[in-house]
Design a binder for this molecule. Structure first.
Ligand SMILES: O=C[C@H](O)[C@H](O)[C@H](O)COP(=O)(O)O
Length: 235
């Protein structure tokens, strides 16, 4: 499984703490990545112990981890998630929020955004290396394969520097779970995530981008021996 190199102990603590927010009878959106996988495994142990939880996976990876953990799975056609637990490649925001994220390091951001925003609450799990004052991580942009050259040009018009994501153990590009390609687009420091998100969403051929703007209810930041919970409060 892809890992960003953050401490596994910190990721595990974040996952464990977020999983504690799940209640009997909940339908849970199951995020993708190495941090969310810790939460899924904890939920699997809770299911073994008798908790009634149903999961909605966000990728082939999270489906596989959930199956191995023994979590019953459904789709968005069957149920609406009460909450979702998902990782992030980078986040900004202080306690009180709003929180903005960059996601899609595992190319799962399109399905993640559908499931995470369908949930009543999105709980993000992360280690401290993901936190920043201002987002500057390249934004993954999932594109229809035929549209990639056109979208690349439009991203450059927006001031971005796009790179087609290459596969690591396959010749050629990464192909997403949805059969599309990914352009990782560097924009430098992103002053207005909402405006950039709107610009990216407006491009023909873009299936989804990895900016998640103010849709997070809480961020669980795991450390070696503790967890900070940052919560979005209503103004
Ligand atoms: O596409 C992948 C997802 O957005 C992940 O949630 C994100 O890349 C964080 O993954 P990790 O917890 O492994 O750093």
């Amino acid at each position: 499984m892809k890992s960003n190199g953050g401490s596994e102990a910190a990721k595990r603590r974040a996952g464990e703490a977020a999983a504690e927010a799940v209640e009997d009878g909940d339908v849970v959106g199951l995020g993708t990545g190495s941090t969310a996988a810790h939460a899924i495994r904890v939920l699997g142990r809770a299911v073994d112990a008798g908790l009634d939880v149903t999961g909605i996976p966000t990728s082939h990876q999270s489906r596989q981890v959930a199956r191995e953990a023994g979590i019953p799975l459904v789709t968005l056609a069957d149920a609406t998630p009460d909450l979702a637990i998902d990782g992030a490649d980078q986040f900004c925001g202080d306690d009180g929020g709003p929180f903005h994220l960059v996601k899609g390091g595992g190319a799962a951001h399109a399905r993640e955004k559908v499931v995470d925003t369908a949930a009543d609450r999105l709980l993000v799990v992360a280690d401290p290396s993901k936190r920043t004052d201002s987002l500057d991580h390249p934004v993954p942009v999932e594109v229809l394969p035929d549209a990639a050259p056109v979208v690349e040009a439009r991203l450059a018009d927006l001031g971005g520097d796009p790179t087609l994501r290459a596969a690591e153990r396959k010749d050629g590009p990464v192909v997403t779970d949805n059969g599309n390609l990914v352009l990782d687009c560097a924009f430098g420091s992103i002053a207005d995530p909402a405006a950039l998100a709107a610009d990216l969403s407006a491009l023909a051929g873009v299936v989804e981008h990895g900016l998640f703007v103010d849709c997070t209810a809480a961020v669980y930041v795991g450390r070696e021996d503790s967890v900070d919970v940052l919560e979005r409060t209503d103004e």
